[in-house]
Design a protein around this ligand. Structure first.
Ligand SMILES: Nc1ncnc2c1ncn2[C@@H]1O[C@H](COP(=O)(O)OP(=O)(O)O)[C@@H](O)[C@H]1O
Ligand SMILES: [Mg+2]
Length: 506
C-alpha cells in the first residue's frame, strides 16, 4: 500500500452539477507521486469534468483536494498552473501562428527587472525540450507547420516549463498516428521517471496497459473501480480488459456482448492475395455465411484499406475477390452493392449518412424503387418504424434529420440502411467507435442476429474486447499483411496485441 507521503494528489467526495445534470456525484481519486494514473470511462462518465475541477476550470459543489498533503483549491486555471497542475486539452490549446518557443513560454516569460531575458528563456525552453528526450522540434519552428503529434509535445513541454507536478492528458492519442502515440508514451515514461504524476484519460485498454500503473474507472459521475494495472504476463492481465469493461458498462460482460447462437455455413466472400495501391499487401481470407470474422490491428495497419479495396472504393492492384461464386479482379461499389455487399464506413458522417436528410430518407436512399419515387411515404415510414424497433432506435418521428440524433443512433440508422437493402455480406469498419455502451450492446446483438440469419460479417475494430466478445474467428493485420484467421477462443488480448505489433514478414 502506498504510504500517505507518496500520494501526490487526493480528491475526496468531489461533486459537480450542471443544472439538472449530476456530472460528478462524489468522486474519490488518489494519484501517486511519479506515476501514471489512468482515468477510464465511457463518454459522459465525468472524466473531463473531474479534470476541470482539478485544473481550476470548474469550482466543485462539494468535496476537497490536497496536493502533496497541502489543501488545494485552485481559484482558476492560472492558479492551478502556479501550484504545478497542468492540463493538456483534447483540442490543442496552442497559438498556431506563434513559434514553439513562444508557445512554451506564453504567459510566463522569465524576466529580469521587467525585461524578458531572451537567453534565459531559450535555455529554459531547450531544457524543457530536452526533458522530453529532444524530439525533432526547434524552438523557432512555427506550430502551424508541425504535425499533430509534435504539436502535442509542445503542449507537454509547456506544462513542464511551468514545473508541473501533475500533468493531465485528456484522450491525448485520439488524433495521433501509432508512431506518434508510441513517442508520446515514451515521453510519459520519462515524465514518470522524473517524479511527475500523469493522469491519463483514455478508454483504450491496450494504451492504459502500456502506459499506466494505476487506474480508476468512472461511471455516471462516480468512481466504481480502481486498482493496479496488471503487468503483461501477470495472471490477471488477460481478465483486465473484461474487468474494466464491466466496470465502465455497469453490467456483466455477457450483457455487454450478448451471445446469439449462430452457425457458420458455406464461404460467401473469398479474397485471394489482394493488394491495394499501398495497402493491403497480398491479403487472403475466406468469410462464411453466418460468421462474424474480426480483423484486429493497429491504426494504420491497412484494415480500412482492405475493406475499401474489397468494396471497390480503392483500386485493386493485384489479387482477386470472389463474392457469391463470381470472381473478379476488383469491381466498383455499385457492382458490389448489386452482389449483396454493404460497407459501414468508419466515417459515417461523410460516407454513410446524409445528415441533413430525414431518418426515413436515409434508410431508403439509393434503393432503386425509392429513387424512382415508387415507395410511398406510408410504406417507407412503416419500414422505418419496423427497423427502428429492431434496433431499439429512439427518435421522435421519421422526418427528423439524422444529424440531430446521437452518434449511437446515427450508427444504427447506417446499419438499418444496410438491412433495409437486404445485404448479405457486411463490411463493418469500427462500427461502435464513439457510441455509448447501450448502443454498442444493441449493435452486437444485431450482429449476432444477422449471423444467425446467415449474413456474413467482416468486422474491423481497434477495440479488442469487442472482437473477443462477438467474433467467431479473428485475424490480425499488421503493416498491410493479414495473418491467418483463428478461432476466437485461441486468442487473448495480449496475443492479439503481440500479433498486431509484431513486424510482419513476406
Ligand atoms: N459545461 C457543461 N454544461 C452542462 N453539462 C455538462 C457540461 N460539461 C459536462 N456536462 C455533462 O456532464 C456529464 C459528464 O461529462 P464529461 O465530464 O464531459 O464526461 P467524459 O469526459 O467522461 O466524457 C455529461 O452528461 C455531460 O453532458
Ligand atoms: Mg471527455
Amino acid at each position: 500500500m502506498a504510504s500517505p507521503a507518496q500520494i501526490r494528489l487526493r480528491m475526496r467526495g468531489i461533486e459537480k452539477s450542471f443544472g439538472p445534470v449530476h456530472a460528478l456525484a462524489g468522486v474519490d481519486l488518489d494519484v501517486a507521486a511519479g506515476g501514471v494514473h489512468a482515468l477510464i470511462g465511457e463518454n459522459g462518465a465525468g472524466k473531463s469534468t473531474l479534470m476541470k475541477v482539478l485544473s481550476g476550470a470548474h469550482q466543485p459543489d462539494a468535496g476537497a483536494m490536497t496536493l502533496d498533503d497541502a489543501p488545494y483549491r485552485p481559484s482558476g486555471p492560472l492558479d492551478a498552473r502556479r501550484r504545478g497542475v497542468a492540463m493538456i486539452y483534447q483540442e490543442l490549446a496552442l497559438a498556431p501562428h506563434l513559434t514553439v518557443e513562444q508557445n512554451i513560454v506564453l504567459g510566463r516569460e522569465p524576466a529580469t527587472g521587467g525585461v524578458v531575458d531572451r537567453h534565459a528563456m531559450r535555455r529554459a525552453v531547450n531544457e524543457a525540450l530536452a526533458r522530453l528526450g529532444d524530439p525533432e522540434l526547434h524552438p523557432s519552428d512555427r506550430v502551424a507547420d508541425l504535425p499533430p503529434g509534435l504539436r502535442q509535445l509542445v503542449e507537454v513541454a509547456r506544462a513542464l516549463f511551468g514545473d508541473a507536478r501533475v500533468v493531465v492528458m485528456d484522450e491525448p492519442t485520439s488524433s495521433l498516428s501509432r508512431a506518434e502515440t508510441e513517442r508520446l508514451f515514451e515521453v510519459i515514461d520519462r515524465l514518470r521517471a522524473r517524479g511527475v504524476s500523469v493522469i491519463y484519460i483514455s478508454h483504450v485498454i491496450e494504451d492504459v496497459r502500456r502506459v499506466a500503473q494505476r487506474y480508476t474507472v468512472l461511471r455516471d459521475g462516480r468512481s466504481v473501480a480502481d486498482g493496479d494495472v496488471p503487468a503483461a504476463g501477470a495472471p490477471e492481465a488477460d481478465s483486465f480488459g473484461a474487468t474494466v469493461i464491466e466496470a465502465m458498462a455497469g453490467r456483466r460482460l455477457d450483457a455487454v456482448y450478448p451471445r446469439v447462437p449462430h452457425e457458420p455455413g458455406e464461404v460467401v466472400l473469398e479474397i485471394d492475395a489482394l493488394s491495394g495501391a499501398r495497402l493491403p499487401r497480398a491479403a487472403s481470407l475466406a468469410l462464411r455465411r453466418g460468421e462474424i470474422l474480426g480483423i484486429a490491428g493497429l491504426v494504420g495497419a491497412g484494415r480500412t484499406e482492405l475493406l475499401r479495396a474489397i468494396f471497390g472504393l480503392d483500386p485493386v492492384r493485384e489479387g482477386r475477390v470472389r463474392v457469391a461464386g463470381v470472381s473478379d479482379a476488383g469491381a466498383p461499389p455499385r457492382d458490389r452493392w448489386r452482389q449483396g455487399m454493404g460497407l459501414l464506413s468508419e466515417d459515417r458522417a461523410r460516407e454513410g449518412l446524409a445528415l441533413g436528410l430525414s431518418i426515413a430518407d436515409n434508410l431508403t436512399l439509393s434503393r432503386p424503387a425509392a429513387r424512382l419515387g415508387i415507395v410511398s411515404r406510408s410504406d417507407r415510414d412503416r419500414a422505418t418504424r419496423a427497423l427502428a424497433d429492431r434496433l431499439s432506435l429512439r427518435f421522435r418521428d421519421c422526418a427528423q434529420p439524422v444529424g440531430q440524433l446521437s452518434g449511437g443512433n446515427q450508427q444504427k440508422i447506417a446499419l438499418a440502411r444496410l438491412l433495409h437493402h437486404n445485404v448479405d455480406v457486411l463490411l463493418f469498419d469500427e462500427p461502435t467507435r464513439g457510441i455509448d455502451v447501450g448502443a454498442k450492446a444493441d449493435i452486437y446483438q444485431l450482429m449476432g442476429e444477422l449471423a444467425a440469419r446467415g449474413k456474413a460479417i467482416l468486422f474491423v475494430s481497434s477495440y479488442l474486447p469487442e472482437l473477443l466478445g462477438v467474433c467467431d474467428r479473428i485475424a490480425v493485420m499488421s503493416r498491410g499483411h493479414l495473418g491467418p484467421a483463428r478461432p476466437t477462443t485461441d486468442w487473448s488480448e495480449s496475443s492479439l496485441i503481440e500479433a498486431a505489433t509484431s513486424v510482419a514478414h513476406g
